[in-house]
Design a protein around this ligand. Structure first.
Ligand code: UD1
Length: 417
């Protein structure tokens, strides 16, 4: 167990580079299971979640070499299609191997992921989609077993544009006979990245980025090299770090279009945001103004930025309203922000935040990845020191966040609890 000791009050200044996207890397690494051969993924961030996905692949029998930001995966020797409870518990997104395994081996078994800190997160849409392709699903003793004689292209309508279900269905239909049409598909940039990777291997996937994706089955894929897109949530987090500390930070290696909802909301608070090619500069010199936020699937405001943006709103002028519509239980950070002096009232899925001039340091705990990031941001702007427990959650999605912020002038020390 590790904790951060954070001394707040420093204005962040300088340049910070964004790593490769966690949420692109995870499905792309899982998709490499489709290939009877070797592929290379570049721009792979050194994150705990990515290490879990590597462990899942190794458990299934793949050869994985991860050096610096490149992962070389050879999935020709897969000898198992079962993902145990232990690996599933370490990371929900391990369920992304379901699609590629069923596509290539016509069999997969994963432990049921269950609920997590931000909501119940069922897999009914993944299963409904797989069944439409001819997969037989049984749920017993906490495991989901998927089997098929053959996979037949079909039309699937997702009741909700689930990112994971869209990705699993894209991968499941790669070797299916005929064409699969996924309607009301998720439109996140990570889905486009997955499509690009699959097509580089020889798949025929069209429409990612829109709500209709068409996959025409192929017989064979071949090895390729692919670089994942930059992490838009990491970039958004750095933007808030600049804004909340009254800083001046240039964030490089970003795709600004992916950040539009965050950039627009930040501008509404009065923060100056300049966009140039693959860079965003954020300059803040006064207290932010209050704004209202409602999380939505892409291209709406990302739920993965809700806790961090809320941290900013705790020090805004006047009252802001945040509504979470994607996950039912994504307010664990509220209690911790209150410990730091924030005035937040919860009414169901809505949080009403009365901005204060400053927060004060306290001992708080990261309950999940983005809640942890929000607490780091709050601590950077707080008076006095903050002790942040359970930083392992933060390491799931940020590469040594303390090093990136210390290089900009923050004071964060990592210590063993
Ligand atoms: C992905 C992201 C996560 C992000 C989320 C929403 C990865 C690895 N993770 O998670 O960071 O917060 O998208 O942008 O990419 N749902 C169902 N039934 C299903 C599937 C989902 O009801 O079968 C619901 C979920 O409970 C949730 C909503 O749909 O309320 C969105 O979930 P989903 O888009 O599937 O999120 P993930 O893919 O798990």
């Amino acid at each position: 167990m590790q904790r951060f000791m954070i001394v707040g009050g420093n204005r962040l200044q300088g340049t910070v580079r964004v790593s490769g996207s966690k949420n692109s890397t995870l499905p792309i690494v899982a998709a490499s299971l489709l290939l009877d051969g070797e592929c290379t993924i570049k721009g792979v961030p050194r994150l705990r979640d990515v290490a879990v996905m590597r462990d899942v692949l190794v458990h299934l029998g793949a050869d994985v070499v991860w050096e610096k930001d490149a992962m070389h995966i050879n999935a020709s020797s897969i000898n198992c299609q079962d993902v145990s409870e232990d690996l599933m518990r370490r990371m929900r997104a391990s369920n992304l191997v379901l699609g590629p395994l069923i596509s290539r081996f016509k069999h997969a078994k994963i432990s049921y992921p269950g609920g997590c800190n931000i909501g119940s997160r069922p897999m009914n849409l993944h299963m409904k989609g797989l069944q439409a392709l001819g997969v037989e699903i049984t749920e017993k003793f906490g495991y989901i077993t998927a089997r098929a004689q053959k996979l037949q292209g079909s039309e699937v309508y997702l009741d909700m544009p689930s990112v994971g279900a869209t990705e699993n269905l894209m991968m499941a239909s790669i070797y299916a006979k005929g064409t699969t049409i996924i309607r009301n598909a998720a439109r996140e940039p990570e889905i486009i990245d997955l499509q690009n990777f699959l097509n580089r291997m020889g798949a025929m996937v069209k429409g990612a980025g829109t709500d209709t994706i068409r996959v025409t089955g192929v017989d064979k894929l071949s090895g390729t090299t692919h670089t994942v897109i930059p992490d838009r949530i990491e970039a958004g987090t750095h933007m808030i770090a600049a804004a909340i500390t009254g800083g001046d930070v240039i964030i490089t290696d970003v795709i600004p279009e992916h950040l539009e909802p965050v950039i627009n909301k930040l501008r509404e608070t009065g923060v100056y945001v300049e966009v140039k090619d693959d860079q965003v500069r954020v300059v803040a010199d006064k207290r932010p103004k209050s704004v209202d936020i409602k999380t939505m699937p892409y291209p709406g405001f990302p739920t993965d930025m809700q806790p961090q943006f809320m941290a900013l709103l705790t020090v805004a002028e006047n009252t802001s309203v945040v509504t979470e519509t994607v996950f039912e239980n994504r307010y664990k950070h509220v209690m911790e922000l209150r410990r730091m002096g924030a005035d937040i009232r919860l009414e169901g899925q809505t949080a009403v935040i009365k901005g204060m001039p400053r927060l004060s340091g306290a001992t708080v705990e990261a309950s999940d990845l983005r809640a942890g990031a929000a607490l780091v941001l709050a601590a950077l702007a707080a008076e006095d020191g903050t002790v942040l427990e359970q930083v392992e959650h933060i390491d799931r999605g940020y590469e040594r966040l303390e090093n990136k912020y210390n290089a900009l002038g923050a004071r964060i020390i990592r210590v063993n609890s």
